[in-house]
Ligand binder design. Sequence first.
Ligand code: AP5
Ligand code: MG
Length: 193
Amino acid sequence: MPDEATRAEVVLLMGPPGAGKGTQAAKLATARELHKLSTGDMLRSHVAKGTELGRKAEGIMKAGELVPDDLIIAMVESEIAAMEPVRVLLDGFPRTPGQAAALDALLGRQGVALTAAVALDVEEDELVRRLSGRAADEGRSDDTEEVVRNRMEVYRRQTQPLLDYYAEHNKLLRVNGMGAVDDVFVRVTEVLP
Ligand code: AP5
Ligand code: MG
């Protein structure tokens, strides 16, 4: 029997802006000994460092639009391809059908199956409340009211349809993301295999 820490595991955390993906990803990565890959955090770090990718992504992120698939896929692939075993928690990826197909192909090449796609369900009023709270505390450049509205629309149009894709493949686990962080975390850990 392989050790917990040597078995491949691939968990996706999905949901609209402010659903708590990053918050839950940090806790889950520690609890399950997974390597957390948050494409939003990775991109913000590229922007802060002024890399070529950061320069390409900055304006797109400020507008709340999606960074092109090829850039995102290359960024994620280079991390996952180097993992042995693959034990990864993906926060905010995939976000488009093209990214989902690229992830399937990559996992196929590495002989690894997706464990689950966890979708956090949070009411829109609460999303707005959380993101305006963060705008006041941290001043993330895409947390202004107008950009938040666009991020939600982009989510509905481009990312939400992926939930059906994962449901069709029996990988989708929906979790109520309302309430206290620790209560949501208990729900997430309970649904995961
Ligand atoms: P990304 O950084 O992924 O942002 P997002 O999806 O808009 O989500 P957030 O990070 O705002 O919310 P979250 O769900 O992580 O919630 P959090 O835990 O922070 O992406 C940013 C941009 O990068 C995109 O717009 C795009 O341009 C680009 N990008 C990223 N990935 C991409 C991809 N794959 N393809 C293309 N482009 C990509 O919580 C939010 C707030 O609520 C926090 O203040 C937190 O403390 C609080 N909170 C969390 N849980 C609770 C709770 N239970 N109760 C009360 N408060 C809570
Ligand atoms: Mg986040």
